[in-house]
Design a binder for this molecule. Sequence first.
Ligand code: FAD
Length: 541
Amino acid sequence: GWRSPIADHELAHLPADRTPPREDDPKAVRRVGVIGGGTAGYLTALALRAKMPWLEVTLVESSKIPVIGVGEATTPPLMAFLHHYIGIDPHDFLERVQPTWKLGILFDWGPFKDGIMGPFDWGSNSIGVLGSMATRNDPNAYTLQSLFMMANKVPVFQVDDKIVSMMSDIPFAYHLENMRLVNYLSQFVTERGIKHIDAEIEDVTLSGEDWVESLRLKGGGELNFDLYIDCTGFRSVLLGKALQTPYISFADSLYTDTAITAYVDQSEAIEPYTRATTMDAGWCWKIPVPDEDHIGYVHSAAHIDPDSAMDEIKRLYPSAREFKTVRFRTGRHEKIWRGNVIAMGNSYAFVEPLESSSLLMLAFSIMSLIPLLPNSWAEPTAREVFNKLTAERWDGMRWFLAIHYKYNQRRDTEFWRQVRDNADVSGIQPLLDVYAGGAPLHLRDPLTRRFVRATAPTFYELDGVDCMLLGQGYPAKLVTTNEPLEAWQRRKDAADALVARSMTQRQALEAFHKHPELTESLVYGRHSWVTGYGEQRWLQQ
Ligand code: FAD
């Protein structure tokens, strides 16, 4: 069902078997400084130790500069990244980080009453989008997972006295409380042989325009490494500030720049999805963690003042409390790798969280980087390949997010009018034109699909574009099918019967806590999608 969200042409970088540098090489890359201790810093340091254990990795972070503390909705590949790539034990993780499950994103968005289902099996079309359009006049009954989402259930069943789980058949993702995740990851630092220094970088000494010689610490002292990974978040201390790498803003396409976060009482069910609700000047996420729901109103500060934004939140979620404001900027640096500095996480790029893409981008960047890292600065490097690959991925995400805004007709406020009139979607326009002539794109002929993909990068593939355009009622001719509607109805009835017997997320999580063998076969089972991702079959598709 799930297709790789990376376009085919980006798949050339499978991890090679890495070997240590030569002992006598004076330009060997051995000592790596990972600067920053947010999700980006910890995941990068752990991945480097897991895949290149000869590296001396030092993580430098300042306890005086807090981590961003948001970032809780993820995507399926992150499960394989955590449990297979960096080797985090899934049982321990389940107990201590207490993730909840996400089958996709439910968008309160567009013209249809039920909004838009964005399930992770959106590429499978397992029930059939054309049948859904014909019978319900919306695309939402198109996959098995979308039916589970609409019913607020998960694919786990009680059959006689046994628990039967289909979670290893249909990709899903974790919702993770950010602080719990960062604290959990930090425990592995010494355990996995990473040196940890609590210090603030005050200044960076360069030699030449893009080579870092050393870092000067506040209060005295100096550090130097062969390679610097900048994980300093929006401060971008090395790539941005010290190297003055040009920044390409996405603000013409994506107008939001602020989030107000809060906690709310949990809805009766632990909803098995991230909810994204259209608001007056943006949208609001709702993410269930075990005892409460976390929300965040992502908006444009130019279009609503803080008090009105909080009032709007309270109208939607009266129990909202502990408000916090997070400012962000949307865009990327021109390059992710310059000289001996590579940026990971927000220090290179950021787009707002409407498609939960940051941690996914981070995992992809780490996994693409490790096979490309040089053993020695005397060798030619893959800098420009990595720069181009990463820039294309982020640009694809920019255009994909832009169509979520430009064509959302749900509210008529100043913000939405301006977005609809002016948001720049030029990078994806060629694809929109082909879509208008025959939708959905994933049911078009293979050659057309390939041409469209090559012309307009979208990151989440054509399936994602189809989902958002169909769900927003973007004007298009539907492709035709010879399949009789009764065949669609039979699939739908069978799926409905399955969904009717399934559990709520709360019941299923309890079952997983009680029966560790369910987690074992989910993460390591031979036929599980997580194992497939772990072996990186998804990168090779
Ligand atoms: P940070 O967490 O900011 O960490 C920066 C680190 O650098 C800190 O440890 C700090 O101490 C250190 N540092 C900074 N300057 C210095 C210095 N001078 N000296 C020493 N140390 C320094 N992602 C998702 O995948 N899903 C989501 O749902 C999601 N939601 C989000 C919502 C919002 C509103 C925002 C803004 C982001 C969201 N993200 C989401 C993104 C996600 O939070 C981040 O991408 C992720 O946490 C990575 O952050 P980071 O490690 O790059 O930076």
